[in-house]
Design a protein around this ligand. Structure first.
Ligand SMILES: *[C@@H]1O[C@H](CO)[C@@H](O)[C@H](O)[C@H]1NC(C)=O
Length: 234
């Protein structure tokens, strides 16, 4: 290393004249020695100057290369065509995770039990598919699932969100369920009601979720937003 204090002290002890010459007033200065010392300090100053200059140059180049690095990174990000699009064709930001929101409409042809959802009412579908009255999961993870239906009361009504998974040989499994039973007295006045279900479930790729009711004839589909089914990854 350049700055070895121990060796400096040692040198002073062995050869004090090098350091004492200037301060010692009683002793006459010895020209050759002084000249030697001046020369030495001149060399030391030059060396110091060179070192400081090199250090400053180092800092300058470092700053320059860091600047270049940021510039090239910025350019490669903006130029890259592999960057996924973050907006849809209308310029709206895309969701960060899979999401689906389906509504009812005239084109939704219900099965006697399984509810169908509109494809013309601009369903929100991102990283999920809608096929044969089922929402198909593309990405494994936790999903918040919900469904709301508007129906006419008629003795008994059952609304459930079901899942089909390969693990259970494609059999329907109930995830959420709401039931209503009316007494004989209540059945006399025909009235309407709503049922809302929601919960969080772990779903795998190709799992299918759907809405099953005791009878789709009881579903009232006057307005698309009165019957809905959706899910989003959390
Ligand atoms: C729908 O629910 C009914 C009971 O309300 C049940 O009998 C039927 O098997 C279910 N259908 C499907 C496809 O899950």
């Amino acid at each position: 290393m350049f700055f070895n204090f121990k060796s400096g002290v040692g040198r002073m002890a062995h050869d004090p004249s090098v350091f004492v010459v200037d301060t010692h007033a009683t002793r006459p200065a010895v020209p050759p020695r002084l000249g030697k010392q001046k020369k030495q300090s001149g060399v030391a100053q030059t060396l110091l100057f060179v070192l400081v200059t090199l250090a400053l140059l180092g800092v300058f180049f470092e700053a320059f290369f860091i600047y270049r690095l940021y510039q090239s990174e910025y350019v490669s990000i903006t130029d890259s065509k592999e960057m996924p699009d973050t907006t849809d064709p209308d310029g709206r930001l895309l969701p960060s995770k899979p999401v689906a929101h389906l509504t009812d409409a005239q084109d939704a042809h219900h099965d006697p039990h399984v509810m169908a959802w509109s494809v013309i009412a601009e369903p929100l579908l991102y990283e999920m598919k809608y096929k044969d009255r089922h929402l198909i999961i593309q990405k494994e993870g936790y999903y918040y699932i919900y469904s709301k239906v508007y129906y006419s009361q008629g003795g008994a009504f059952c609304h459930s969100v079901m899942m089909r998974t390969k693990m259970y040989a494609g059999k329907g499994i109930s995830l959420l369920e709401a039931r209503e039973y009316l007494s004989k007295k209540d059945k006399e006045d025909k009235s309407f009601s709503n049922s809302f279900l929601a919960g969080v479930f772990y779903l795998s790729q190709n799992d299918a979720i759907y809405v099953n009711v005791s009878s789709t004839k009881q579903i009232i589909s006057h307005r698309s937003y009165e019957n809905v089914f959706g899910a989003y990854m959390i």
